[in-house]
Design a protein around this ligand. Structure first.
Ligand SMILES: Nc1ncnc2c1ncn2[C@@H]1O[C@H](COP(=O)(O)OP(=O)(O)OP(=O)(O)O)[C@@H](O)[C@H]1O
Ligand SMILES: [Mg+2]
Length: 359
């Protein structure tokens, strides 16, 4: 096992990518490592002709991934939009890995991101010693992606200021980046494109200017459709993370995941799953990603401090952490949920008691 805490996905899933490449004789867009069909198989899962299993990276509608892949094969950029924890970053990373074999050209956009982090910067020692030159120029991931005809990922696009976002307009419409200091221009090579992610729920995000919006095809990643789909996503990720943390996944994992998903979906949806009781919703968004984090936290607690089986105690404190984001308002919501719903369900008795104790 590698000592790196988290490898780039193209290394983790190298065997799958190699197997797909070996049988992929389809027509490919310029500079793509796989054909669009094979990219979709890589994301949605399947089996290659030689019998290699391709695990499903994204669980959801195939059409969404097809649209995303088809967009990247055109001259329009891709924007993955959705509420937090709907696998936007995850899908973007896997798309980049499958299409150009490199998911690491990524710019994390923040309120402090400036133009130099998007276009290029300067090595000031070089700049002062020798004046502006290509050697003194520090390329950004976007610059490198343009030069090499590969994909650049922009994480949380709407977190950076609108003026900085608009730097992308020239890149996206003219497919080139002027370097006025050198009286030079970088032309994007075939295969270059951008995958951006943005969530429309968080505080502190900036509007995407309409000029920029027009240059992106937007694919909205939804929350999982139904209960079983969400359980499946969580079970899969917990198993994967368990193996990378070298923690055995307890035999009762699925039962406990189902309970956590029930609690999450009821609180998120504002009513019990049978639709009979209306509930107040907490301020947080209780995403699938948070449910995964609750289960992985519980897994660690069960393995290091428990008897290796998931118990309500292992999960409850993580669960409270995910639900109670506002100590006053959310606490009241959770207390009401405990009393009106969980107290009456026999299979949730342990949760009712432990959450009440910890709360
Ligand atoms: N439909 C899904 N299929 C597979 N995995 C999913 C799905 N939804 C969520 N996940 C899992 O959720 C985790 C978090 O996803 P990710 O970090 O990509 O979310 P995000 O949409 O980028 O959220 P944020 O807006 O907070 O950045 C990933 O581990 C991913 O595997
Ligand atoms: Mg993300």
């Amino acid at each position: 096992m590698s000592n790196v805490l988290r490898q780039a996905v193209e290394l983790t899933y190298q065997a799958e990518l190699d197997a797909l490449k070996a049988e992929d004789h389809g027509h490919k867009p310029a500079n793509w490592s796989l054909s669009p069909r094979a990219v979709v198989t890589y994301l949605m899962g399947g089996k290659t002709a030689d019998g290699t299993d391709i695990s499903a990276k994204y669980i959801g509608h195939r059409r969404l991934i097809e649209t995303a892949v088809a967009t990247l094969a055109t001259d329009r950029a891709l924007l993955l939009l959705g509420v937090p924890g709907t696998a936007k970053s995850w899908v973007s990373e896997h798309l980049a890995a499958a299409i150009c074999g490199d998911s690491t050209r990524v710019i994390q956009c923040t309120a402090g991101t400036d133009e130099n982090q998007i276009r290029y910067g300067w090595n000031y020692a070089q700049l002062l010693a020798h004046g502006p030159s290509r050697e003194a120029l520090v390329p950004t991931p976007l610059f490198r992606a343009m030069e090499s005809g590969t994909l650049c990922r922009l994480e949380e696009l709407t977190r950076m200021g609108s003026d900085v976002q608009d730097t992308l307009i020239t890149v996206l419409s003219e497919k080139m980046l002027p370097i006025p200091e050198l009286n030079d221009v970088v032309y994007a090579q075939r295969g270059f494109n951008i995958i951006a992610t943005a969530n429309n729920r968080d505080k502190g995000v900036n509007e995407l200017s309409s000029a920029l919006k027009r240059r992106f095809n937007v694919v909205v990643l939804p929350l999982p459709d139904d209960f079983n789909e969400e359980v499946e996503i969580i079970a899969r990720r917990v198993a994967e993370m368990g193996s990378s943390l070298e923690l055995p996944v307890p035999a009762n994992a699925r039962d406990e995941i189902e309970k956590v998903v029930t609690i999450f979906r009821e609180l998120r949806g504002g009513e019990t799953l049978d639709g009979k009781v209306a509930l107040k919703t907490p301020t947080g968004n209780l995403s699938t990603a948070e449910a995964i984090a609750v289960m992985v936290g519980g897994l660690s607690q069960a393995s290091w401090f428990g008897d290796g089986r998931f118990s309500a105690l292992d999960i409850s404190s993580n669960l409270i952490g995910a639900i109670v984001k506002d100590p006053v308002q959310d606490k009241a919501v959770l207390e009401e949920y405990l009393e009106t719903v969980l107290k009456k369900r026999r299979e949730f008795a342990d949760y009712y008691h432990t959450i009440n104790d910890v709360l």
